[in-house]
Design a protein around this ligand. Structure first.
Ligand SMILES: Cc1cc2nc3c(=O)[nH]c(=O)nc-3n(C[C@H](O)[C@H](O)[C@H](O)COP(=O)(O)OP(=O)(O)OC[C@H]3O[C@@H](n4cnc5c(N)ncnc54)[C@H](O)[C@@H]3O)c2cc1C
Length: 445
């Protein structure tokens, strides 16, 4: 067993490093690493450090132990337990319970034989191959970054901290694993009636079909509990996508009394205090709201210096990686996987930002690193994506979308999308099965 047990010395060092980090917010990685003691000294084994224990990171940790048992694997994650975003929309309206979403990191680490440390990752010193955490430094031979997304309201509010704080505290979207989910569930359960506005960010964003699923399930919940609610979906796109016809049918056939879908409604201005959202499709007053800020690669990718650049030198806001190997362009020892990844193909742009994709990429990088550890070049693995969305509670019925990938003759990746618009019970059963298999792959439970 390989699980990390802090010694008195480590704990003392952890305190010192934490204090240092707190005292020097935003300081350079070199400055911190010089002064930061080891969290875990490196032995003779070569080490893979994984940043983020979400869908990509947990999968990579498990599969690395299988594919490269000679390597030491360390998972660094800020949260004390794993909280799944997939299936969380169903949890909001009590289709599944909390145990379904939440799993123990320590049990997974013990089961698969890697080290999990609960800590905030502060910075990465690429020159020294060292990760700086709130509890000390961790040296690596290979680094996998699967840190998800960051949500920013800066495009709406600039540096107006009062507006940002008010929005986060009152209207946050629960799109990252955090306490926001609890607050949103409370909001839905206690809603007494009126208009809820729900915005979608401009693409690309995390799990594109899931905001519409959430609207459908909230609408079903309000119908069931006889709450007079109106949900206004403000979508910057011209139509719901993916699974366009399936969602349109659900909105029209099941929820025409609750859901108002507004296309081409990019946000121009939001006044969270006076409760008005101004969009390209008109102004909307609201009693309550779910505001999805813009999505970007996680903070750690920015700290890594891994963000791509547009032709005119501006940040793309997403990681610049090899389309199939997921290595940073200038460092084949560093992999960025999951939702942080940037565009990979001129045909379709980004992979869908989905747990299924992060899981497949986690499996792939485990193989790539195992090959590199043997002195071999990694052999690219082509992945797939599959996503089920529950749109009805009585009866339980889902729709779905599948994405297949292949290498086009011109050399780039080509995507084929299959929408399954015919809502039915069988797809919900398949969704449950898909989720159970994924959880088994990530935590072994
Ligand atoms: C409502 C909703 C429904 C969804 N439904 C589906 C679905 O049905 N099917 C599907 O395939 N996908 C779904 N998704 C998408 C899925 O959640 C993401 O695509 C997936 O989680 C991405 O995996 P990841 O590893 O990139 O990021 P995450 O799973 O978010 O993991 C990132 C981890 O990094 C940690 N972290 C970040 N920064 C630091 C730091 N500085 N220090 C320490 N730890 C850090 C975070 O705490 C987190 O645990 C859904 C998402 C949402 C929000």
């Amino acid at each position: 067993m390989n699980t990390f047990r802090p010694t008195r010395r480590t704990v003392l060092h952890a305190g010192a490093a934490g204090a240092l980090a707190a005292a020097l917010p935003g300081c350079s990685s070199t400055a911190v690493s010089v002064a930061t003691p080891d969290l875990m000294p490196k032995g003779r084994q070569r080490r893979v450090v994984i940043l983020g224990g979400g869908w990509g990171g947990l999968t990579a940790a498990h599969h690395l132990r299988k594919a490269a048992p000679d390597l030491e694997v360390v998972l660094l994650e800020r949260n004390p337990v794993f909280w799944s975003c997939p299936l969380s929309n169903k949890w909001l309206v009590d289709v599944v319970d909390t145990q379904f979403l939440v799993h123990s990191y320590t049990s997974a680490a013990r089961r698969f034989g890697y080290t999990y440390v609960q800590t905030e990752v502060i910075d990465i010193d690429r020159a020294k191959r060292r990760v700086i955490t709130a509890h000390g430094g961790v040296d690596y031979d290979w680094l996998i970054v699967s840190a998800g997304i960051r949500v920013t309201y800066a495009p709406w509010f600039g540096n107006d901290r009062a507006a940002i704080t008010h929005t986060v505290n009152n209207y946050s979207s629960a799109y990252v694993p955090s306490t926001e989910h609890q607050a949103l569930k409370q909001k839905i359960k206690s809603f007494q009636g009126g208009t809820i506005v729900m915005t979608l960010p401009p693409p690309p964003h995390r799990c594109p079909p899931s905001p519409y699923e959430r609207a459908c399930l909230m609408a079903a919940h309000f119908q069931r509990s006889k709450v007079k609610a109106k949900i206004v979906i403000l979508d910057p796109k011209p139509r719901p996508a993916p699974i366009t016809a399936g969602y349109r049918a659900a909105f029209e056939e099941l929820y025409s009394d609750v859901i108002q879908y507004v296309p081409n409604a990019g946000i121009k201005e939001v006044d969270p205090f006076n409760k008005v959202a101004k969009t390209a499709a008109g102004d909307f007053r609201f009693d309550d709201a779910i505001f999805m800020g813009h999505h970007q690669a996680a903070d750690l990718v920015w700290k890594l210096g891994g963000i791509g650049k547009t032709a005119d030198g501006k940040p793309t806001n997403w990681a610049d990686v090899h389309p199939e190997l997921y290595q940073l362009r200038d460092d084949p020892q560093i992999y960025v996987i999951g939702d942080s990844m940037g565009a990979v193909s001129p045909q379709f742009g980004h992979y869908p930002k989905a747990g299924h994709v992060a899981n497949r990429q986690g499996r792939s990088v485990a193989q790539y690193i195992a090959q590199q550890a043997k002195g071999q070049a990694p052999t690219p693995i082509i992945i797939d994506n599959l996503c089920y969305m529950l749109v009805s509670l009585d009866p339980l019925e889902a729709i779905a979308v599948q994405f297949d990938y292949k290498k086009a003759p011109e050399g780039h990746l080509h995507q084929t999308q299959f929408d399954d618009n015919d809502r039915r019970r069988k797809l919900w059963d398949e969704d449950l099965n898909w989720y159970r298999l994924a959880v088994q792959d990530m935590v072994g439970a």
